[in-house]
Design a protein around this ligand. Structure first.
Ligand code: AMP
Ligand code: MG
Length: 349
């Protein structure tokens, strides 16, 4: 398969490209497209064959359900068994935007799309290209992140091409994703609602709208003994090829520990990397040094994290140390992805 890459800009031609992308989806093909979170690999959510193609293209286990992307509230009513008050309130507050809701699915949605589940994950993204594309595609686009399974999610079209060239019919290039981390997932089929994946819409924000909201115990620990409720969260994810270790503790102890480990890594001839912050980056000596931005700027860390992880792969880094990002709100989303990328290897100093 030849993957066509089309750059979408605010000019003539964008409409025609989006129309063509929509036709590909209607004909059962796959199109990678930009959203404000990360790039998605889209297929017709109501066509079982399209969903099977998505799993195959990504190399994704078929018990890991896809998120259905919609462009208006009428579409929501068609694919769920009834829209609960909680969903209406959240849609009012956060859609279009980086929030995915889990609801009981209607007959319209094939089990191939939901990984065999009776529930469906639904999101209305805010990215303008995404919304126009979903409409052109018929209103229901199933899309996981547009990476090969296990790799960091792509935040720009060239990373999509790196993973999926020859595996999708088209890539719509809309530039860099503005947020850079996947959507928050909240399960509305349980009482109280539960956060299955943290993101930009934080627990605090959800509580302001819904009252009580719980967090899945598996979000930040590897040893809860429970399987995550979002099936996808049980897989090693977002992982660079090198070994990634998170170092946690008081700032000075963290930098001292990492400096020591880097010296050891160099002696053993390993290519080393560090994920640091603007405040600390000058303190390290490594083959590949990256800062995620100011320590207080969790949004910047979210935006840059996956690009940094991919850059370590591009440079062939074998041993990576990361400072930890403990805090409330978006920091939690960053830390959740970092823990998964590290396979929960954390050293407390
Ligand atoms: P991705 O598209 O790569 O962001 O992955 C979608 C995420 O949504 C995965 O972690 C899935 O396990 C999760 N998900 C999708 N549908 C459901 C569902 N019906 N119930 C629980 N989690 C879901
Ligand atoms: Mg993914």
């Amino acid at each position: 398969m030849n993957t066509k890459v089309i750059r979408i800009e605010e000019r003539q031609g964008a409409e025609a490209a989006i129309r063509e992308a929509g036709e590909i989806i209607r004909a059962g093909g796959l199109v990678a497209f930009p959203t404000e979170t990360v790039y998605g690999l889209g297929g017709d959510a109501l066509n079982p064959a399209s969903s099977r193609k998505i799993y195959e293209a990504k190399g994704r286990p078929s018990d890991n359900p896809l998120i259905v992307h919609i462009a208006d509230m009428e579409a929501l009513a068609a694919i769920v068994k009834g829209v609960p008050e909680t969903a209406k309130k959240l849609a009012e507050a956060f859609w279009p935007g980086p929030l995915t809701m889990i609801l009981e699915k209607s007959e319209l949605v094939p089990r191939e799309t939901t990984g065999g589940l009776d529930t469906v994950a639904v999101r209305m993204p805010s990215d303008k290209v995404a919304l126009a594309f979903i409409r052109a595609a018929g209103g229901y686009v199933a899309a996981p992140s547009a990476n090969r399974s296990g790799r960091p999610s792509p935040t720009c079209a060239s990373y999509v091409a790196q993973d999926l060239d020859g595996r999708a019919d088209m890539i719509l290039d809309g530039g860099d994703a503005t947020l850079g981390l996947e959507s928050t997932i909240v399960d509305l089929t349980v009482k109280p609602p539960a956060i299955l994946r943290p993101g930009f819409i934080t627990g605090e924000m959800l509580r302001q709208t819904l009252g009580r909201v719980e967090e899945d115990v598996t979000l930040f620990s590897a040893d809860s003994g429970q399987a995550p409720k979002a099936p996808g969260m049980k897989y090693r994810h977002y992982a660079p090829e090198g070994e990634l270790v998170i170092v946690r503790g008081p700032a000075e102890a963290v930098t001292a520990y990492i400096r020591g480990e880097l010296a050891g890594g160099r002696e053993s001839g390993k290519k080393t990397g560090v994920i640091a912050t603007d405040e600390t980056v000058a303190m390290y000596e490594a083959d590949v040094l990256r800062s995620v931005g100011k320590r207080t700027d969790a949004a910047a860390a979210a935006r840059g994290l996956y690009r940094i992880l991919r850059e370590f792969d591009d440079e062939g880094v074998e041993l990576i140390y990361s400072e930890s990002f403990d805090g409330e709100g978006v920091s939690q989303a960053v830390m959740n992805r970092l823990l998964k990328a590290a396979g929960h290897r954390v050293i407390n100093v």
